[in-house]
Design a protein around this ligand. Structure first.
Ligand code: AMP
Length: 286
């Protein structure tokens, strides 16, 4: 019988939509029944376990699941023996220390001797030790932002993305201590057969991520400036050049890194490029 890989993903919460989207964009079909804790892909050797995200590193370490999608914050905090296979680029957030808005803050030494409430005692503890600051860490499992308002702690250390939850709770961010994003983690020492399935999955994930970082660009270039324009557009191997009805122009089609596009647009226009179209790419295989 063909081996299947078991992948643990968050049952519900901020990671689950991103995880399911990634799997679906890889062309893998998940016939998920509402409330089911397990499912099998119909067109790929993958079985899904829907779990709490903070349990995922432990289950992956123990081999209950071969793979897991989990935030770097949980992977590092739980400190389990797992391999990080890939940074997935979604659920980006940071772990930050915040204090009541009205309090003055001149630097990390202001936290010395203070109490900090957090669900991330290991990451926070390591950071404070590195900085040579001693604090009393109160571990709590949720609603951390309320701690200073109810006198439980002087400060908090929690995940932040926009900062709006901190603002609503009259807190201000004073130290960003850890950057997080979704990771693909694996049980160390998987069989060759399972590693081959991971390679197939990674091939698809890489095609999506490369496509995300690049755009397909089409433009009309005056023949007299074609060399200048082509130098600005190195492309994958070499751009396609198509004739146009107006023989003084050609149409240039190529791929450009999204970041490069904005820095080159003025130079392209200065070289006479016209009718510039920039189109998203769904999948890209180099
Ligand atoms: P939750 O569903 O709130 O338990 O969050 C699950 C995971 O999503 C966390 O462990 C983080 O990796 C990530 N996450 C949490 N908060 C945010 C946020 N504000 N923005 C983006 N990702 C987040």
């Amino acid at each position: 019988m063909m081996q299947k890989l078991k992948i643990a993903i968050q049952k519900s919460g901020r990671l689950s939509d991103g995880s399911l989207n990634l799997i679906r964009q890889c062309g893998i079909k998940i016939p998920r029944m509402k409330g089911a804790l397990k499912a099998e892909a119909s067109n790929f050797p993958l079985e899904f376990l829907f779990l709490r995200d903070d349990d995922i590193p432990g289950y992956v370490q123990d081999g209950v699941a071969d793979l897991g999608i989990v935030g770097a914050n949980e992977a590092v905090e739980k400190d389990k023996n797992v391999d990080t296979i890939h940074h997935l680029g979604f659920s980006k957030c940071r772990l930050s220390i915040a204090i009541p808005k009205e309090q003055e803050y001149n630097g990390i030494q202001d936290l010395d001797g203070k109490s900090i409430a957090t669900s991330y005692p290991k990451i926070l503890g390591d950071f404070l030790t590195e900085k040579g600051v001693k604090c009393d860490i109160h571990e709590i499992s949720g609603s951390v932002e309320i701690a200073p308002n109810i006198g439980l702690a002087d400060a908090i250390c929690d995940l932040v993305s926009t900062g709006s939850t901190l603002m609503q709770n009259n807190l201000k961010e004073v130290e960003s201590i850890f950057k997080s994003e979704a990771l693909l983690i694996a049980t160390p020492g998987l069989s060759e057969e399972k590693k081959e399935i991971i390679d197939q999955l990674m091939f698809r994930i890489n095609a999506l991520q490369t496509a995300d970082n690049n755009k397909y660009i089409l433009l009309n270039a005056p023949k007299e400036n074609l060399d200048t324009i082509l130098n600005l557009l190195p492309g994958m191997r070499s751009p396609s050049i198509l004739p146009l009805a107006d023989e003084s122009f050609v149409s240039v089609h190529t791929v450009i890194a999204e970041d490069d596009f904005w820095s080159k647009i003025e130079e392209l226009k200065a070289a006479g490029a016209e009718g510039i179209l920039v189109v998203p790419i769904e999948k890209m295989i180099l």
